[in-house]
Design a protein around this ligand. Structure first.
Ligand code: PXG
Length: 409
């Protein structure tokens, strides 16, 4: 443990303390597995919050990265590059949109969607200047910028960061009736996650997305789905909205679009919305760069060729069923879709973090979300045998949380 301690000490002394990571120092990753600096092996059941749907260092994605790195990496949008077009047309094709605007991180893509929606509201819907309202959901997570935390309902995300951006209204998550009531003539958009990830893997009632689609359409309000965490086969469909055929007006994607290799995000929409952007309205130095575009295209291709949607659906069903069968005395509820699964620990049994720490000692990496919920979101390339291996460890921890578990080979 000497090396681990030294590395953690160094990073603690020189970095901002804006995270509280589990005490494991990873130095290598391949497929669903990572190795730490002590040579111990762990099954990655977090996948960098669904950014690693294709697994660590997928050979085809790495090949695309290396090949492109040998040609040109950055042009800026002052010039064209030969990779952005093929990448964006593939992205449009798999999502059913006409246009895409590439960015880098999730928060940037969300900001892009909010700007597009506002401008559409003024130019196309005819809302009076500076009056546009966007409705969002309680318990949301859309990123960390000032505007995005302005409409967070999580006190810690906001505390100390005001003054906030106005123009947002919050309704309960998954409540179509509340949405209908909250809409005014100034409402230009409604934004939600089809499944709340950071909020604790919260799945809305069946039919909710379709109902919300109907309400927003009837009221000429843009529907924005943030699929940064749920997109790219994570929930058993390429996008979670496809479970209900609720195609939004704007889709925000990120994370697995970069295959866990490079930050790539995008806002997708149709011409009606996207044409509000004119040269100079919006941009990013790295957005659409050829390296990211090559990686993005390869990342999509891997999802398609390896049929990761199907794997996520089948293995997700299997994993959830086996978790249910554990009948753990500590578990309040198991929920999710595909390979995005939340296991909520009963409040009287303490928080989820100690369970994650015990799982880590047994070689399974995962992370709690919202104090009470353990989130399991392995790479979608995981095998059934690997899931069975993890289930053995999970079973040990969820059957007897009191035992003192230390690392085993
Ligand atoms: N929307 C959703 C639904 C997300 O899960 C973002 C937007 C923001 O993406 P970027 O790339 O800007 O982080 C996310 C990110 C964290 C953290 O520490 C973020 C996420 C998950 C876990 C931790 O900020 N999701």
């Amino acid at each position: 443990m000497e090396t681990t301690k030294k590395v953690i000490q160094e990073v603690e002394s020189c970095s901002a303390h804006n995270y509280h990571p589990l005490p494991v120092v990873i130095e290598k990753g391949e497929g669903a597995w990572v190795h730490d600096v002590e040579g111990k092996k762990y099954l990655d059941m977090l996948s960098a919050y669904s950014a690693l749907n294709q697994g660590h260092r997928h050979p085809r994605i790495i090949d695309a990265l290396v090949e492109q790195a040998g040609k040109v990496t950055l042009t800026s949008r002052a010039f064209h590059n030969d990779k952005m077009g093929p990448f964006l047309s593939k992205l449009c094709e798999i999502s059913g949109f006409e246009k895409a605007l590439p960015m880098n991180t999730g928060a940037e893509a969300v900001e892009t969607a909010l700007k597009a929606a506002r401008k559409w509201g003024y130019q196309k819907k005819g809302v009076e200047e500076n009056q546009a309202e966007i409705i969002v959901c309680a318990n949301n997570f859309h990123g960390r910028t000032i505007s995005i935390v302005s409409f967070s309902t999580e006190e810690q995300y906001r505390m100390g960061f005001g003054p906030f951006t106005p123009g947002f209204k919050v309704i309960p998550y998954g409540d179509a009736e509340a949405l209908e009531k909250a809409i005014t003539r100034n409402t230009i958009a409604f934004m939600m996650e089809p499944i709340q990830g950071e909020g604790g893997v919260i799945v809305p009632e069946k039919g909710c997305l379709a109902k919300i689609r109907e309400i927003t359409r009837e009221n000429n309000v843009l529907l924005i789905f943030d699929e940064i965490q749920t997109g790219f086969a994570r929930t058993g469909k390429m996008f979670a909205f496809q479970h209900e055929a609720a195609q939004p007006d704007i889709l925000v994607v990120g994370k697995a679009l970069g295959g866990g290799v490079y930050p790539v995000s995008a806002m997708l929409s149709n011409t009606e919305v996207m044409e509000v952007f004119k040269p100079g309205d919006h941009g990013s130095t790295f957005g659409g760069n050829p390296l990211g575009a090559a990686v993005g295209l390869a990342s999509i291709q891997v999802l398609l060729d390896e049929k990761l949607e199907e794997r996520s659906e089948t293995l997700g069903e299997y994993f959830s069923k086996r978790l249910q069968e554990l009948n753990s005395p500590y578990v309040k509820e198991i929920r999710g879709k595909g390979l995005l699964i939340g296991v909520e620990i009963k409040a009287e049994c303490g928080k989820a973090r100690p369970f994650c720490e015990r799982l880590m000692a047994l070689g399974v990496l995962c992370k709690e979300t919202h104090d009470q919920t353990i989130r399991f979101a392995p790479p979608l390339i995981i095998s059934k045998d690997e899931i069975d291996w993890a289930l053995e460890k999970i079973s040990t921890v969820l059957q007897d949380a009191s035992q003192n578990i230390s690392w085993e080979e």
